[in-house]
Design a protein around this ligand. Structure first.
Ligand SMILES: [Zn+2]
Length: 340
């Protein structure tokens, strides 16, 4: 099969890789209908995250089940399925509490690599959710978004306690931040303030339900949020970048008693204990338990209530994955969809 492999920073190649086979009786093999490049793939692509030899890439996926192992009972060949970037059993105590990304048996899909024609999905019964029948082709990008960016933005909004009567600030205008805006609206937020200085992303933010746009950053950005919230700060802030600047901005934009949902993959972020102490904010975040939200998100997508697939503003054949990485790295594209 064809699959993307990162050899060195800036060097992604699509090449022949061995076809996946059933390894554990709980595995499934899927044929991907679509896959994509994640903002988090840019960390190793930019050399910020160290590479330990050539690495298969990709952790977002939707597709049709080809084969299942002998112990798989609910997932069947021929089903169209969506799964998260963590494979999880969905039965352990952590999963049952809704934290499948912390499953005691979890497997990181990025270690398998789903920017490919086929992929092995561990713990298929727990990991995969089948759609009701074969989805219309125009729904596939939105279902793919559910696999990571929508589920992650959703968790960010839930962790930030977005809801009726709340003012929600979203720090970060990448695909996750944009999906966080959409989620905040769906959860009933009264006002959603997007922090973005990029015109096409501001426009998508508005389409996803942002009521205000703030272009300032850092201390000026915080001051602007205070100005818009009667000097108090927001009730809920979604942090969707993962840098020191964005995390600081998120905490300082939150009112005492408010919630920060941090879902940007954290890189070299250090929090000042005394500032945290006196901020009186709730902090919750981490790798999103996307699996928890998949049934609900698939329902909203299949009923055409939400259209998160709009985050894909570039579609390429899988063989041109390298251009997808370049376009996202240079911020020419929000998110690149790859067709195997
Ligand atoms: Zn589990």
């Amino acid at each position: 099969m064809r699959g993307a492999v990162l050899y060195a920073p800036g060097d992604v190649r699509v090449e022949e890789r061995p076809d996946p086979v059933i390894v554990e009786p709980t595995d499934a093999i899927i044929r991907l209908s679509a896959t994509c490049v994640c903002g988090s793939d840019l960390w190793p692509y930019r050399g910020v995250e160290k590479l330990d030899g050539a690495a298969p890439m990709g952790h977002e996926y939707v597709g049709v089940v080809e084969e299942v192992g002998g112990q798989v009972t609910t997932i069947r060949p021929g089903q169209f399925v969506v799964g998260s970037f963590w494979a999880s059993d969905n039965t352990c105590e952590i999963c049952r509490a809704g934290y499948q990304s912390g499953c005691v048996h979890r497997v990181l899909m990025g270690s398998i690599g789903t920017q490919s024609e086929l992929a092995r999905i561990p713990l298929a019964d727990g990991t995969l959710v089948a759609t009701p029948g074969m989805p219309d082709a125009d729904l596939v990008p939105s279902l793919l978004a559910a696999s990571d960016v929508l589920g992650t933005g959703w968790f960010g909004a839930v962790a930030a306690a977005a809801g009726p009567g709340k003012t929600v600030v979203v720090v970060g205008d990448g695909a996750v931040g944009l999906c966080g805006i959409l989620a905040a609206g769906q959860l009933g937020a009264e006002r959603v303030i997007a922090m973005s200085r990029h015109a096409p992303r501001q426009e998508l933010a508005r389409r996803f339900g942002a009521t205000d746009i703030v272009t300032e950053r850092g201390d000026e950005g915080v001051a602007r949020i205070k100005e818009l919230t009667g000097g108090l700060g927001a009730h809920s802030v979604i942090e969707a970048v993962g840098t020191q600047e964005s995390m600081t901005q998120a905490i300082r934009s939150t009112r005492p008693g408010g919630h920060v949902g941090f879902v940007g993959v954290s890189h070299d972020v250090a929090l000042q204990g005394d500032e945290l102490f006196f901020s009186l904010v709730h902090l919750h975040g981490g790798p999103a338990p996307v699996r928890q939200y998949l049934p609900e998100l698939i329902g909203l997508i299949c009923d055409r209530k939400i259209d998160p697939g709009q985050v894909f503003d570039l579609t390429l054949p899988l063989d041109q994955a390298a251009e997808g990485y370049r376009a996202m790295d240079e911020r020419r594209a929000i998110k690149a969809l790859l067709l195997p």
